[in-house]
Structures are given as C-alpha cells and as structure tokens.
Write a protein that binds this ligand. Sequence first.
Ligand code: BGC
Length: 496
Amino acid sequence: MDQLAVLICFTVFTFTTADDAVNTKAFPKDFKFGVATASYQIEGGWNEDGKGENIWDHLVHNGPFIIKHNDTGDIACDSYHKYKEDVRMLKDLGVNHYRFSISWSRLLPTGFANKVNPAGVQYYKSLIKELKANGIEPFVTLYHWDMPQPIQELGGFLNDNFVDWFGDYAELCFKHFGDEVSNWLTFNEPISTCQQGYGNAVKAPLIHSPGIGEYICGKNMMLAHARAWHIYNDKFRSKQKGSVGFVVDSLWYEPSSNKTEDVHAAEMKRQFVWGLYINPLINGDHSTMVKEQIARRSKQQGFKRSRLPEFTEKEQKYLKGTLDVIGLNHYSTVLVSAQEKPDPSAMGFFVDCEANEWKSDDWEKSGSDWLRVVPWGIRKLLKWIKDNFNNHKIIITENGYSDREPKLLKDDRRIHYIKSYLSNIRDAMEKDGVNVIGYTLWSLMDNFEWTSGYTEKLGIHHVDFNSSNRTRTKKSSAEFYKKVIATRCLAEKCTA
Ligand code: BGC
C-alpha cells in the first residue's frame, strides 16, 4: 500500500467511526433551521403576467440543448401558482426560515429598473405575507443564476455597468419587501456562476473564457454585492434592521498527504474560493496567495498585467466590511495534491491553482458524481473559516443529498447524510467554537436541477412532474428533519 492509500484508509476509518457517534447536545434555542429553493428551479410561469426572459429561459428554448431530456423550467414545480401549498409544507416541517430567490426578470422584465412589473411585486409580496402569517422568516436571495436576458446581451457580469444595474434592482427589492424581510443574500455561488458560466461554459450563459472572463465576472460580482450592501446600509438599515450576506460555494479541500507541497496545494485551492470571493468583502482585497499565483502565471504567459483584475484603492475601501453574514453552500469534500508538472500555458480557475483534486473511492457515493458523503469535511471547513475570518458569523445556506430514483420516498441515505452533516456542524459549534447561526437544507422539494433537468433529485418532498398538479409527496427525510427541528436534537435524547 502506498503512502496515499494508507492516509486515505486512516482518514476514512477515523472519521467514519466518529460519524456513527452522533452529537447529543441540543442545538441552541435560537439556532435557525430552514430549507431552500431558487426561483428558476421551482416557480415556472416563465412568461406569465409580464415576466421577462432570463438566461435559463433563453437557453432551454433556443439551445444549445444541453439539458437532460430537453427539460425546461417553464412550469417546474409551478410554485408561481402553488406557493400557498409550499408554505403549508414549510409550516408542517416547523422550519424557522425559508430561503428562496427573487426572479429579477419577474420584477423587472427587461432587467432595468425603469419598468417594474406590478404582478411580479405582488407575487413576492403574497409569498412573503403567507410566510409571515405562518411564522416563517423569509431569507431572500437576490440572484440565483437567472440573469435577465437583455442584460446578458450586454455582457452580463462582464459589463462594468452591471454594478449599477444590480444596485438598482437590489434597491427596489429593499424598498418593496424590506419592511417584511430582514435577511438578504445578494449572490448565490460565485464559482458556479463565474467559473461554470463564464469560464468552462457548462452553465448559462455558456461563455467560454477560462482564466479571463471568469475573473472579470468575479470582480463585478464583488463590487455589485458591495453596491447592494451600501445601498442597504445608507438607506434602509436603520429602519429595516436587517442583514446582507453573500453565498459562497465551497467544498472542503483535504490534502492527500502530509507532504508540504500537497498541504500547500490544498490551501491554494481554499484560497481560490475564499481568497477570491470572501476576503474582498471582509478585508477589502483578494488574498495575497491567490493574487501572486495568478500574477506569476499571467506574466509567464506574456500578459502585461495579471488576468485577475485588481481592485483600485477606492474599490478596496468600498468592499471592505460589507459582509454581515457568510452564507455557506457546502455539499462535499475532495482530496488535493500538488501538480508535479503544472502546464505553464494553461489558463483558468481550475488550472491556475496548480493542484489536482479527486474523490476517494472509499467515500460513499450519492446520485451525483460531484457529491460524495464526507461529513467530517464540513467540520474541518467550518473550523478553517473561523480561523481565517475571525470567527465571522456563518449561516449554512445549502447542504443536501441527491438521488436519481424516479420516486424514492423512503430516502434513508438522505437521512443519513443530513444527520451526519448536522452532527459535524454541531461538533464544530460545540467543540471548535464556530459561530454558526443556522442550517438550510437543500431542498424543500425536487426541482429543476439545471443541466440535469428533473433527473437529479435533492428534495425532501417528491414532486410528480408528470401530473399537471405537480403533486407534492412527503419523503421520510421530511419526517426526520421535522423531528430534528421539533426536538433540536439528533439523537434519541440530548443534553441542553
Ligand atoms: C445550487 C442549487 C442546486 C444545488 C444542487 C447548488 O450549487 O445553488 O441551485 O440545485 O447546488 O446541485
């Protein structure tokens, strides 16, 4: 057995044993339990009542047809019409909060704030009212991947004016809904948005610009977040008293050995997430490690300046301190090693870090290649965030398990996943002192899973996409989660 195999066996053995012993300390009374969805994935009503076209509408109708079975979100879970039923499911679960996103194009059909769609405003007002009437706190994401098509045609995140356009849209949301909403999240997942949308082109808007477009996207996303935060801070905070966070998508990057170069490579991978997207919002700039790495490679490649656009001093001041809470989407872990011979000419988020990543074959599989069940990873990640960002406040905005069964109601593997991840979160809070204020399970129900269409399921309620009713049926995981919320406890009995 080589050194790596020994290490993996040891890691798996140690942590599997620990997983079985679930944490028996009750979650604090003020810990928030919730579930999440996103507009394009559940709403449907894609062109109803004045809604404009967004990039996913555009992609599914015009191609390239890269979505499994050519599925679309035209109807999705039909939540545009069935939101009251959604709220009934939420009420039954007993959640403290519901994370959903606003469809920018439903509110502003062209994307620009000169023309507001009254039916769009009304839809979200009704949803929020229904939630509040049932004692459920709305957690609202402003942007979950559904860019208005007219803004995309002007470059989307690549156009510097995006910062103004997003600011206008955010202001409108604060104005219309802010008296009833205290928890705002600006952007969902910079990596999926920029790296997959503007780097390797696997998600809308399918722009292929590795190592250039994807970093410009990130820069403008940071500045647009800061714009929304400042607008809230200057005009709304004193009256509405809410918070504005940002949602980052992060795996845990575990070094594959104790060798210095592998430990360094794993840290580099973390910096390509946290140093690129969270450091600017907390400390005002990209981390030095990631800046130096991309600058060095850009220079070797003959670029006059780094492919990672720098923030000016003025921008740094504007960005610093604009993160009220870190929203964390975490699903899985990878092993990382240093590349022996990095290709000096390669460009892109996934190669600029000069690291290899892969999943151990010993880790439990789910219904998706990208998702292995590695519960200890979340504890390590939370501890790392605490140590690197001065114990900043964190809310887990997504975590969940996928399967590909047409109708799996007795979803025991999902229960196992939720339980073991929650146990590790509780450990991180209790034993490592991490400031986690809540947990949001993805997802309330099966929905349009982007390029997988309806084949990949992460819901705790099944949705029958063949019935015009979009009938929702409870899975065992919903019963399990309901009990956890009611008892605040993962075991048979917990200590206070
Ligand atoms: C996204 C969700 C998606 C989930 C499962 C997250 O990256 O925010 O929209 O459904 O992962 O793939």
